[in-house]
Design a protein around this ligand. Sequence first.
Ligand code: NAP
Length: 683
Amino acid sequence: MATTQTFSTLSSFLDGNWQTPSEPMRAVYGAVTGEQLAQVADKPTDALAAVVHGRTVGSPALRALTFHQRAMILKQLAQVLNERRDELYPLSRQTGATDKDALIDIDGGISTLFVFSSKGRRELPNSTVYLDGAAEPLARDGSFLGQHIYTSRPGVAVHINAFNFPVWGMLEKFAPAFVAGVPSIVKPATDTSYLTHRCVELMLESGLLPAGSLQLICGGVGDLLDHLDCQDFVSFTGSASTASTIRSHQGLRDNAVRVVAETDSLNASVLGPDATPDSAEFELFIKEVVREMTTKAGQKCTAIRRALVPEALQQEVIKALQERLAEVVVGNPTDASVRMGPLASQRQRKDVLNAVDALCESECVKVFGDQSTLTVVGADKESGAFVSPMLLHCADPNTATRAHTVEPFGPVCTVMPYKNAAHAAELMNRGSGSLVASVFTHDPSVAIEFASRAGAFHGRLLFADRDSAASSTGHGSPLPHLVHGGPGRAGGGEEMGGIRGVLHYMQRTALQGSPRLLGAIGGRWIKGAPEQAELPHPFRLSFNELELGKTIHTAERTITLEDIEHFANFTGDTFYAHMDEEAAAANPFFPGRVAHGYLLLSFAAGLFVDPAPGPVLANYGLDNLRFIKPVPPGDRIKVRLTAMEKNLRSEEYGEVRWNVEISNQDDEAVALYELLTMNAVTA
Ligand code: NAP
């Protein structure tokens, strides 16, 4: 039998303190033994104080830091949690999770912090303003521009989470909000809140988090939502019915509070029409369906609920799945032989069994999973929330309705036949919007057809085949790099998706003004803003000394035919446009022989480089290169190079982005690009 750890009363961390909860209380029960483990308050002592604390303490503290500084804190936090993760595993087992399940929740959560940290430092500037795209010219003479920017909203992000991933569920929302500079008020689902509670304790004990940037509500939210306004957020994960209750909250509607919801999803997986019983894709499909049914006992919002298979293969698929499911050992996660633990609570077990009964009333037949003969290892079958994996067969998915709408949130999947790819896509889409769908095919034409017929109904589409089998992250794993969320029934929300997830917590504003003013706001020099062209040469200035707008205008250089031929023979690039007058003149883009674009870049470097050792440590690339006008022999080129943007990368060096324009003797731009150098911070 399990050794259970109990926690008495779980406090909330609000307004800078752990608060002693007051009556009335709610009981929290263990998934394995059904014993009461803890209790939580029905509502927080003072929800308004928490919101005010987030806005007046957490928000200013976070907004005083740059994206990079916030991202660096996330990295340190991830390291702390990584060192302490062994303390979270025993608690995770009490939620019913096997160690493999816990890996997804705990290690998956920590790795989400690492990914947002690294993306935040690589893809965002070391400042507090994010520029969305390039400046939009709004006047012919360049004196009036538009520029979209994102700034941190000065509100709080309320994160209401589901019970199934108490750590990952919290961290996947917390990480992007933190990088965005928005403090979080986390409200875990009561059933598994003791695990989130311990994780938050570790995060706060680390001393890394600015005051007010993370608060925790264990138990009900009370009147929290009444206090939110247009700068706040609610990000919800849970059932469609709770999402609907939250969305119709009068205060949230009246104050236009941004609400994002991730809800139920009847995710489908398709065995492609090209698969045969002896194909690699058939075997991969069977494995994935069983994995998705049994991981977290099927309590994953992304689990495969509907397995769509070619009509002719349905019996073979069912037989293969029955054989694999018969091998699954159900029981106490502390027993090493156990592959699937219990559901999170007796309430969940009741809900799942009721949902299966509803499906089997008329539309489906159960072809695996007899609850009465289920053997449970290391725990009492009735005290814990144990269920058998259950496989259903829906022979006529066209007339079925429940099979496409009822979500048993447990180890349950329904096999359905389809006639052809168009039919399969139509059945997939009958889920009315899902988080993820997958197609097991090795045929690109099948993949193209599913992407175009089903893409719009699903937040993520996984194509699985033999080529990616060894490295694929699988159907059910949301990744911090990719969008998690889906249309319609899935809630219509989006989370994560790399930097997209950070921007969800910020406000996009369209700025209008002169290049000088917009450049100053965005921390990026814009053409038309003042240039400082006096000596010294910009390459003689350290990162700290260099000011945006610092410019060099070079002398001219004439391009000769000998230069072009020399370059062609030296590099081997003897493309006819450089070597054959007649052929070049017949080309619609060229007047005759012209200089290589790369020759122009090389000559430009020769014109602007200051060669002696100095603060410029390395040239590491070009962005946004465009060759605008051909340069025939006899033309003269010159270069303007201007310091455009600076991003500190470490204590020793920083990245400088230079705006470069190569122009001809008539002052027409012939090439534009942005050059990147690494510069020493001090001389
Ligand atoms: P739920 O009952 O909707 O609960 C979800 C969260 O909402 C819990 O933290 C819950 O707190 C809270 N809550 C309930 N009523 C509330 C209210 N009136 N105001 C504010 N918060 C409220 O969902 P569940 O049954 O625990 O979770 C299972 C469902 O979640 C499944 O249907 C599954 O599909 C969905 N889910 C979706 C995703 C996704 O990413 N799309 C992920 C996981 C789960 P208490 O626990 O204290 O009641």
